[in-house]
Write a protein that binds this ligand. Structure first.
Ligand SMILES: NC(=O)c1ccc[n+]([C@@H]2O[C@H](COP(=O)([O-])OP(=O)(O)OC[C@H]3O[C@@H](n4cnc5c(N)ncnc54)[C@H](OP(=O)(O)O)[C@@H]3O)[C@@H](O)[C@H]2O)c1
Length: 241
């Protein structure tokens, strides 16, 4: 039995991945700001799921998360915490608000991985990557800025960490509160049409479909060479362009 840390575990893919791991008899420390959904998740598998309510963008909360792991070797950290990224024209973005989103999507995965490595081994550090990291879309530029920065942070980590495998997992489009944000955007956000088309074509996965595929990846044995990055595509493939 191994231990995993999943952030953003109160909804979406974080929730589904934590549940799928526990269903495979893995232990999981789950993190999100809201305690109630974490307690409900823990109630599904008492003894396997340990909730820690906290904000990954906050240093004191990250220290509590690290203390809860307590130096136990981690099979994986899944960085699933995600803010409600603004859907608006790039010229209307509030720089202060963008900084807040940057803290959660980019700075927190780096800081949390580094803090955990100072106290114990981490086999895998995992981000849920997006084609938006390489392809900006009209009205959804803030998301592309955050996802490209998060991707680059992990690609840099892959060069520097020899004992921790960096996994960049592309789940495609997944029915979560984050996807709802773009699906429900107004007519000023042209990108929303792209995602509505995917939904109408049946190309949106459920969180549990992704959670199960990701959990299988996280418990698969790692080879001896953990340097470099490992890129996986799961869920539905998304037409590009
Ligand atoms: N959905 C998609 O189609 C899709 C596609 C590709 C990649 N991704 C990526 O997948 C990841 C997960 O996305 P998702 O769609 O599963 O998101 P989601 O369902 O919206 O869930 C986001 C989670 O993050 C938590 N959270 C937000 N701010 C936090 C903070 N400061 N500290 C700790 N937890 C925080 C939320 O819970 P609380 O509010 O309780 O804190 C929630 O559990 C993101 O990186 C996203 O970019 C998503």
């Amino acid at each position: 039995m191994s231990i995993h840390l999943v952030t953003g575990a109160s909804t979406g893919m974080g929730f589904a991945t934590a549940l799928a791991l526990a269903e495979r008899s893995e232990s999981v420390v789950v993190v999100a700001r809201r305690d109630e959904p974490l307690q409900a998740l823990a109630g599904e598998h008492p003894g396997l799921i340990e909730p820690v309510a906290g904000d990954v963008g906050d240093l004191a909360d990250r220290n509590r998360i690290v203390a809860r792991v307590g130096g136990r070797p981690l099979a994986s950290i899944v960085h699933g915490a995600a803010t409600a990224v603004p859907t608006q024209p790039w010229t209307d973005l509030d720089p202060d608000e963008l900084s807040h989103h940057f803290q959660v999507h980019v700075a927190a995965p780096v800081a949390l991985t580094a803090a955990l490595l100072r106290v114990g081994a981490v086999d895998r550090s995992v981000i849920l990557d997006s084609y938006s990291a390489a392809t900006p879309r009209d009205g959804w530029g803030a998301y592309s800025i955050l996802k490209s920065a998060a991707q680059m942070a992990m690609r840099a980590a892959a060069l520097e960490l020899d004992e921790t495998a960096i996994l960049r997992v592309y789940p495609g489009a997944v029915a979560t509160p984050l996807l709802d944000r773009i699906l429900n955007a107004g007519p000023e956000v042209a990108a929303a049409e792209f995602y509505r088309d995917l939904r109408d074509q049946g190309l949106v996965s459920t969180p549990m479909e992704i959670g199960n595929q990701l959990a299988d990846l996280l418990i698969a044995p790692l080879g001896a060479d953990r340097s470099g990055e490992f890129v996986h595509h799961i869920g539905h493939s998304i037409p590009q362009g």
